[in-house]
Design a binder for this molecule. Structure first.
Ligand code: HXC
Ligand code: NAP
Length: 295
């Protein structure tokens, strides 16, 4: 059987050639997958997170696969001075950075009343503060250098709906979405575009261990939440991210692109709960409703 098209690369070779792309949280999960694909498309990368051993392993793996440069730099994005060092290391090695992918995150499920203030802080600081720290440091440099650039922020669909049991993450991702849309207008005059992607469920070790632990998976089938009946493939997210980073998307600015198989809308539509009605039940309903006359 032919492989699904969505598990294959979409953009043509060298679509990201001569681009230098910085990926926060680039050593694992979706950051690693997107980085691998950007590198396959000709980009040089800087990947960053708190764990140097993880970054070094990923950098080696990617550059051996693609032949392009991958620089691992340790940086806790919550700390602005570390982000400034990250910027300096990036410029020293590559002279410039063309794109910033704000992908680093922290999250866990918990009833909100069980959270300590420190637990709330830690998530908001990684997701929101980490994103604005990197955006501010790199943005100031781009504006000073009169360099065109692009920012891509990874949010979630609950950035606009909110979600129970991941409240710090929901608050922080909502802030990142506001940042994306605000700067899309404010920094467009400098040639800086800002966009976001809101992924639905894309299995990764980091997210699955914390959000869908083994015991929960037995109780809830995540695929059932998705109208298309499956979870996402990393390649399809990578294709979208590569497009939004590339010059093919030069007129896209301030957009948040949802890639979730229709998941959030299924939770939102007033009558979506009727999904399990059989055709016979619909016959009955039709008969009853058609018999209602007048007000
Ligand atoms: C309640 C918790 C908790 C839990 C930690 N805390 N886990 N509270 N329930 N499950 C509290 C601790 O008690 C502590 O507060 C505070 O949080 C900090 O805990 P630490 O152990 O010091 O923090 P640490 O382990 O360093 O970091 C926690 C973390 C970590 C940041 C969340 O798991 C991490 O490094 N995550 C990075 C990767 C990640 O989370 N990836 C998933 C992204 S998925 P006190 O007061 O006791 O000191 C995602 C997608 C969502 O965002 C959408 C999916 C569809
Ligand atoms: P992941 O592998 O756990 O990725 C999170 C990354 O963030 C890790 O590499 C982690 O590395 C890094 N990070 C955490 N705290 C950091 C800090 N203070 N400074 C720098 N880096 C830090 O999880 P993932 O699933 O790939 O998530 C990637 C992104 O996709 C996140 O923004 C997440 O919210 C989003 N997302 C994921 C899904 C999904 O289904 N997987 C759905 C919607 C949105 P260190 O621990 O080494 O620092």
């Amino acid at each position: 059987m032919a492989e699904n098209l969505y598990t294959q690369p979409m953009l043509k070779e060298n679509s990201l050639k001569d681009k230098v792309i910085l990926i926060t949280g680039g050593g694992t999960g979706l950051g690693k997958s997107m980085g691998t694909h950007f590198s396959e498309l000709g980009a040089d990368l800087i990947i960053t997170s708190r764990k140097m051993d993880v970054l070094e392993k990923t950098a080696k793996e990617i550059s051996e696969k693609t032949g392009n440069k991958v620089l691992p730099v340790m940086c806790d994005v919550r700390d602005y001075s570390q982000v400034e060092n990250l910027l300096q290391a990036s410029i020293k090695n590559f002279d410039k950075v063309d794109a910033l992918l704000n992908n680093a995150a922290g999250n866990f499920i918990s009833p909100t009343e069980r959270l300590s203030n420190r637990a709330f802080d830690i998530i908001v600081e990684i997701v929101l503060k980490g994103t604005y720290n990197c955006t501010l440091a790199f943005g100031k440099n781009w504006i000073d250098q009169k360099q065109k650039a692009t920012i891509l922020n990874i949010v979630t669909t609950y950035a606009w709906t909110g979600s129970a049991y991941v409240v710090p993450s929901a608050c922080a991702k909502a802030g990142v979405l506001a940042l994306t849309r605000s700067l899309a207008v404010e920094w467009a005059k400098y040639g800086i575009r800002s966009n976001a992607i809101a992924p639905g469920p894309f299995p990764t070790k980091g997210a699955w261990e914390r959000l869908f632990p083994e015991e929960m998976r037995a109780l809830f089938d995540i695929k059932k939440k998705v109208p298309l009946g499956r979870v996402g493939e990393h390649q399809e997210l990578s294709n979208l991210a590569a497009y939004l980073i590339s010059d093919f998307s030069s007129f896209m600015n301030g957009e948040v692109v949802t890639i979730d198989g229709g998941e959030w809308l299924k939770g939102a539509g007033e009558f979506n709960m009727f999904e399990n009605l059989t055709p016979e039940m619909w016959d009955q309903v039709e008969k009853i409703v058609k018999n209602i006359k007048g007000s």
